[in-house]
Write a protein that binds this ligand. Structure first.
Ligand code: SAH
Ligand code: ZN
Length: 711
């Protein structure tokens, strides 16, 4: 199928951040769905909409902005070519997965005698051909638009003879998730001479065993407790026992607050990968290691990262370690995480143990590290807890299949749920008939627990229904009905409409206006004294300066002196076709400073809905005249919901002060617009917002612009 084709190949090239769950991943391909009604409108799309959106969303990927990566590849390649020449041999280079051609052009500049570049993804190979021409090296580099494993060597083959230098960068956050193992073993068997030099020469995967309740919130549903910490709903045992999702959880670990986790071990090297061909590559292995526990605590997961040894002598090392174990970090600095290179195409990964285990300082336990062709997983054993086998964890409880990690963490967010629950406690009585519009939340079940006469939960997704039923059984609730549509007979009885403002399939903040859309449809039939929670919502926006995030989108222009404008143009044209200039991002992982006052862009009162809303405003950056200049490279938009007169912000957790770092909610994604370049804005400059929301049609449009006299 068309989409599968692109999703596979583009993910290889662009290292799209895996939205960790199948459901989220599907959303990437249904973005032109109507955000509010959820219905998909394919007809309005460019026929390659999906493909262009993927390029636009991901292609300015910071991989090519990653100077440390580029420079270390360049240097190691230069050393390899020099070594061959010193030994009186020709330097015949093979570049597997050339992408834009970057590493091949570097090889040409280092004086390689022959260069073959292959690229599996055809549109990228086409772009590469243009880049080679534009940099005047088309005659020096043979470009083969094929996967390396389909290449042949010989008189009529893709290469006349085997190469003696391999340069390749086919690694992802998990190191081997892009198929590196088969790429290398095939290359050594068929495409390379025995005594070749490989850049990189080898790799090591490290893990650290940790206790981190904050991260565990992304993995397992906790019991639901109210403000008095009284248990409202018990999570079914099978969900607590579930081994969890097999999908890697990639994350910017360096942004995790230091007090959020406890290290229970030193960093442990678990897998060594010899890319050089001196020893064979294992497609599957299980390694048991004893290690000394350095702190008492609950072992919940491992943090994982890797290092590449670029050259044969081990002098050039490329490390993805988080700051507290990174050799280049200045740990004495106020923000040590800012003292190591930033990148988004490689993050760190979290692997949750299938079961937690309490560890005691100074004892020894066994870490079991498992690897197959594309992925990793981990077990932990002590004397008492042993496993029969070490199979790859799969979800058997439904939660990890139905809900994204972000949504699981949202459901575990006590700050929000406690406000919602205290409102429900006040509102719900013996006579209450509740209609819950969000079946990917437990608020309807909580209303039942609080004694409502009857609760109807509107939900159409089977997986979500399954989770609700398990909770209903576990908590012996008997007055809950899950309905796939809302009949008049229900609507007319309802005394309370509730809707937790985060739907499992919403990506952008305003996709949660699904609540307003449904309400609008049934408005005229609802009782006049019906109570609605949340009673309203606001959309806010603010100019910001991203510390690094803009690097995923800004044009490259040049990369190590190599002209990349062809690539920039490809991305720009895709951006225009796909109209993907506002995207969801978990901003707690991407530091930014406020560069202007937050402004309210739209307000909706759920109790008096209008068919349409439109605002068109011009906002000064600041309210005061001053000489201060603000460097702005983006905007952030978020929703804030009103529950019982209190605000629940899916944006900043503290009111942002201009010039200060913003504390973003960790359990939702914010909407981000990244500007192509940073602008210096004075106090007379402005930005404008146009919002149009149509509850009848279920449409929502946002347009944000910075207005600057840029002389
Ligand atoms: N070498 C470039 C691009 C790296 S991204 C650079 O360093 O900037 C990895 C690229 O390798 C992607 O374009 C992907 O499509 C390609 N790729 C991965 N495995 C491959 C293989 N076995 N054969 C050919 N291309 C491959
Ligand atoms: Zn599960």
């Amino acid at each position: 199928m068309f989409f599968d084709f692109h999703s596979i190949h583009l993910r290889l090239f662009f290292r799209v951040r895996s939205f960790s769950q199948s459901e989220d991943r599907m959303q990437v391909f249904t973005q032109k769905k109507n955000p509010i009604t959820g219905s998909t409108e394919w007809d309005v799309q460019h026929e390659d909409y999906d493909y262009h959106q993927e390029i636009a969303r991901s292609a300015f990927a910071d991989m090519l902005h990653d100077t440390e990566r580029n420079k270390k590849y360049y240097r190691a390649l230069q050393l390899a070519i020099e070594r061959m020449h010193k030994d009186g041999r020709k330097a015949n280079v093979l570049d597997i997965g050339t992408g834009t051609g970057l590493l091949s052009i570097m090889a040409a500049r280092c004086g390689a005698d022959s260069i073959t570049a292959c690229e599996a993804f055809k549109p990228m190979a086409e772009c590469c051909a243009k880049i080679l021409a534009c940099n005047g090296v088309a005659d020096k580099i043979t470009l083969i638009p094929k996967r390396s494993t389909e290449m042949t060597v010989g008189e009529n083959g893709d290469m006349k003879e085997k190469a003696n230098i391999l340069v390749t960068e086919v690694f992802d956050t998990e190191l081997i998730g892009e198929g590196a193992l088969s790429t290398f073993s095939h290359a050594h068997k068929y495409l390379l001479e025995k005594d070749c030099i490989v850049v990189p020469d080898s790799a090591v995967i490290y893990v650290q065993v940790v206790e981190c309740p904050t991260m565990q919130k992304w993995n397992k549903l906790n019991d639901l407790a109210d403000e008095e910490l009284e248990n409202v709903l018990r999570t079914p045992q099978k969900m607590k026992d579930c081994a969890g999702s097999a999908a890697v959880h990639d994350i910017q670990l360096s942004q995790l607050p230091r007090q959020a986790f406890r290290e229970l071990s030193e960093q442990i090297p678990v897998f060594y990968y010899d890319w050089s061909g001196r020893t064979p590559i294992d497609m599957k292995r299980t390694v048991k290691q004893q290690f000394a526990v350095t702190n008492t605590g609950r072992a919940q997961m491992v943090f994982m990262w890797w290092e590449l040894n670029m050259d044969t002598e081990g002098k050039i090392c490329l490390s993805c370690a988080p700051w507290w174990t990174h050799t280049d970090a200045d740990v004495a600095s106020e923000r040590p995480q800012d003292t190591i290179p930033w990148r988004d195409h490689w993050m760190q990964a979290v692997y949750y143990f299938p079961q937690e285990l309490t560890l005691k300082k100074d004892t020894e336990v066994t870490l079991i590290s498992c690897q197959d062709e594309y992925s990793l997983w981990f077990y932990l054993e002590d004397e008492k807890s042993k496993y029969k086998n070490y199979k790859r964890p799969i979800c058997e409880c439904g939660v990890h299949m139905a809900l994204s990690r972000t949504h699981v963490s949202y459901l575990n967010d006590g700050r929000r749920s406690k406000k919602f629950l205290s409102q429900l406690r006040q509102e719900i009585g013996k006579e209450s008939v509740v209609l819950d519009l969000n079946g990917s939340s437990f608020m309807g079940l909580a209303a039942a627990k609080f004694g409502a006469k009857q609760v109807y939960i509107y939900e159409t997704l089977n997986l979500n229904v399954g989770i609700l039923i398990d909770y209903i059984n576990e908590n012996s609730l008997n007055n809950v009905t899950i309905v796939p549509n809302i009949d008049d007979s229900i609507v007319t009885q309802v005394t309370n409409v509730i809707s937790d403002p985060n739907f499992s399939n919403a990506l952008l903040p305003w996709e949660n206006l699904k609540m307003a859309y449904i309400l609008y449809k049934y408005n005229s039939k609802l009782r006049s004294d019906v109570s609605i929670t949340p009673e309203g919502c606001e959309l806010w926006g603010m100019p910001v300066e991203f510390q690094d995030l803009h690097k995923i989108r800004i044009p490259l222009d040049k990369c190590e002196g190599i002209d990349m404008t062809t690539f920039d143009n490809l991305v720009e044209s895709s951006r225009i076709i796909s109209d993907a200039d506002i995207e969801p991002q978990p901003l707690w992982e991407y530091p930014c400073k406020s560069r202007g006052l937050p402004r309210k862009l739209l307000e909706i009162d759920m109790r008096v809905l209008q068919p349409t809303y439109a605002t068109n405003d011009i906002h000064p950056i600041l309210d005061t005249d001053c000489d201060e200049v603000q460097s702005i490279n983006g905007f952030v938009l978020w929703m804030s919901w009103t529950v019982g007169g209190k605000q629940i912000s899916a944006g900043p957790q503290e009111w942002p002060a201009v010039g200060e770092r913003v504390q973003w909610d960790m359990h939702t994604r914010q909407a981000v617009k990244i500007l192509k370049k940073a602008h210096e804005a004075g106090s007379t400059d402005t930005w404008s917002s146009q919002i149009a929301c149509d509850l009848e049609k279920g449409q929502f449009n946002v347009d944000i612009k910075l207005n600057i006299n840029d002389q």
